[in-house]
Ligand binder design. Sequence first.
Ligand SMILES: Nc1ncnc2c1ncn2[C@@H]1O[C@H](COP(=O)(O)OP(=O)(O)OP(=O)(O)O)[C@@H](O)[C@H]1O
Ligand SMILES: [Mg+2]
Length: 408
Amino acid sequence: MRVILFTGKGGVGKTTTAAATAVRAARDGVKTLVMSTDAAHSLGDTLGVALGGADAGLPVEVEPGLSALQVSPPHLLGESWRAVQDYLLSVLGTLGIDTVVAEELTRLPGAEEVAALLEVRAQVESGPWDLIVVDCAPTAETMRLLALPEALAWHLDRLLPAQRGLIRTLRPAAAAAAGVPLPDPAVIEAVTGWQRQMRQVHRILTGDETSVRLVLTPERVVIAESRRTWTSLSLYGFVVDGVVVNRVFPDADADAPSRPAPDPWRSGWNAAQRAGLIEVRESFAGLPVVVAPYLAAEPIGIEALADLGLAHAGTEGAQDLLAPVTHRGMTVERTDDGFVLVLPLPLAHARDVGLQRRDDELLVAVGEHRRVLTLPAALQRCVVDGASVRDGLLRVRFVPDEEVWPRG
Ligand SMILES: Nc1ncnc2c1ncn2[C@@H]1O[C@H](COP(=O)(O)OP(=O)(O)OP(=O)(O)O)[C@@H](O)[C@H]1O
Ligand SMILES: [Mg+2]
């Protein structure tokens, strides 16, 4: 099964592009589910089918080979998630968790987003689909969502052993004296369950069946955000395998013959979009870039989406759509005097990247995004000797720690 997530800035056409991709795939014989993680219920409006009501939370067949799903409101999940969230927050500080981590915790996504992740997992595990197309919320929320499984599993790994130990060793009075709120067993159980599920979600999202496609419009502000999104997605270990430039005016595509525009308004936008397209192709060099026209009417309903899907298709057939993803995650290479850890960070500048070594972990920060990497065993016994960011790669040099590996 293949999973493709569509994300991008607000309003650029994520839902439309996701739906058009799904319709095209289904008509090419690929059994497809299109689902939305966005609480705004635009997917049904775009497809022209009712996804809410009594059927909310269940896939609805739109036409043969194509089903659509609006994740149901997380009634039950909401309660247990909130209990976990409250508990995590109450333990902060008392376990000596540092402020960076505390900040991360306070940015935990809400119940709707978690419900959506769990639904993706459920559909991957038990759905009859060849392809799941996920229409995501605008970039910021998507990033919180995608970074969550790993961050949460990390927090829970650290909280649970401590808490289990405390429950065994501390009597309530002693616990109160230590200032650590004791969770009741139900909370521990909930936390353990979340930890397992989030690990599974993370495995799916960073596995070779999942990729992300960026949807953008050829405007400078949108391109700037999309560039940062590519960097952040790479930081978290997600693969971007395509860019869709949506709502391009007919005369603005650089491949179209240049014709004099009938009025200054049109010629102004054509020129701006032409420049935007050049910037997109330069920024995302190496990724397939698909250009979709600004249609004369909103593409609503299956037939309009099918037409748009054909415009997207280019040379990508159904089998290409289902091909496994090539991951270029973190790698470690040997050097003459130690190791170098390489992490792809496309479009990143050295000035935006921060590094911090903490015991067995390396904290990598790019702008407002952070990821805690657990170092491979060999690197845990090394010290950081320097780092560089060049050609889209972060390289961190490690040399053996003389205290651990004395020179013989
Ligand atoms: N290529 C296109 N030509 C004409 N109209 C389009 C095109 N793509 C999208 N639209 C229209 O633009 C509007 C926004 O599209 P859409 O809802 O897909 O954006 P979105 O990125 O999902 O928005 P949100 O961030 O709110 O989720 C819709 O009215 C849609 O019909
Ligand atoms: Mg949308």
